[in-house]
Design a protein around this ligand. Structure first.
Ligand code: CAA
Length: 260
């Protein structure tokens, strides 16, 4: 596959999508979003891929958000279109039946943070800076930030971040629960790689069902969610991978999961 705005690599069961507009701090334009969606389509059908890493090119940014320059003279209809595109991008990560790690290597602002929040896990380099900065240009988050940030950290802190548009460092993001881990810059790439390799070894169906249950369960009653979990537990229990896991445990060896 030929891409201009992303670098798309596959190795060792891991697909890495690198947002590649470093001259614009990897800000998302239409073409960049389209290419990420194309890569996700490929990931969906490639059984060898067990885990996805999303990151940014260059030393400075994961992504500085939606392309502000393209907003000059933007009509309400165009803004709605931009919001829909971003929503589609974020839902593509959220609904992908494989785990997605956002490797936040620098600024993750506005739509950049929104894209990261739609991933399953977030590892931030200690030099990363995050924020819902839209308010500073007279805007609000339009790719799910008012909702996903609030679900992640609660309304009190979400309002503080969205109303002030301030940047927070990786340690603060870790304390707030926006990222799983803030890692020293010199350990960042290796930490992301080890986590991705670890997830690539896990049972794919178990991860896929757990992801769906966690994502959907928070939107429905506990009773309904527990019923879904029960059904999911039954489905996962019917896989060859469970039998492999049980055999490996009794034989004191490492399991090899096939996603079957
Ligand atoms: N869109 C387009 N270009 C951007 C950009 C963006 N979001 N962010 C940075 N750039 C460009 C800059 O214009 C600059 O390009 P030029 O050299 O051609 O002028 C280049 O990237 C480097 O940026 P800076 O010179 O500004 O770098 P800096 O180190 O001085 O500052 C920064 C870094 C604090 C991140 C600053 O660039 C910044 O504040 N960027 C905007 C961040 C932002 O507000 N994002 C939210 C966008 S709106 C949104 O995302 C809406 C939504 O919910 C979907």
């Amino acid at each position: 596959m030929e891409f201009k705005h992303i670098i798309y690599e596959k190795a060792e069961g891991i697909a890495t999508i690198t947002l590649n507009r470093p001259e614009a701090l990897n800000a998302f334009n239409k073409e960049l979003i389209t290419e990420v969606l194309q890569a996700i389509e490929d990931i969906k059908t490639d059984e060898a891929i067990r885990v996805v890493v999303l990151t940014g090119a260059g030393e400075k940014a994961f992504s500085a958000g939606a392309d502000i320059k393209a907003m000059k003279g933007m009509t309400a209809l165009k803004a709605r279109e931009l919001s829909l595109m971003g929503e589609k991008l974020c839902l593509a990560f959220e609904n992908l039946e494989k785990p997605v790690i956002a490797a936040i290597n620098g600024y993750a602002l506005g739509g950049g943070l929104e894209a990261a929040m739609s991933c399953d896990l977030r590892i931030a380099s200690e030099n990363a800076r995050m924020g819902q900065t839209e308010i500073n240009i007279g805007l609000i988050p339009g790719w799910g930030g008012t909702q996903r940030l609030t679900r992640l950290i609660g309304a009190t802190k979400a309002k503080e971040l969205i109303y002030t548009g301030k940047l927070i460092d990786a340690k603060t993001a870790e304390q707030l629960g926006i990222v799983n881990m803030a890692v020293p810059a010199d350990k960042f790439k290796e930490t992301v790689r080890q986590l991705a390799l670890d997830l690539a070894q896990k049972a794919p169906v178990a991860i896929k069902v757990a992801k769906a249950l966690i994502n959907k369960g928070s939107e429905i009653s506990l009773d309904a969610a527990l019923a879904l979990e029960r059904e999911g537990f039954g489905v996962v229990a019917s896989t060859e991978d469970l039998q492999e896991g049980v055999s490996a445990f009794t034989e004191k060896r490492k399991p090899t999961f096939k996603g079957k």
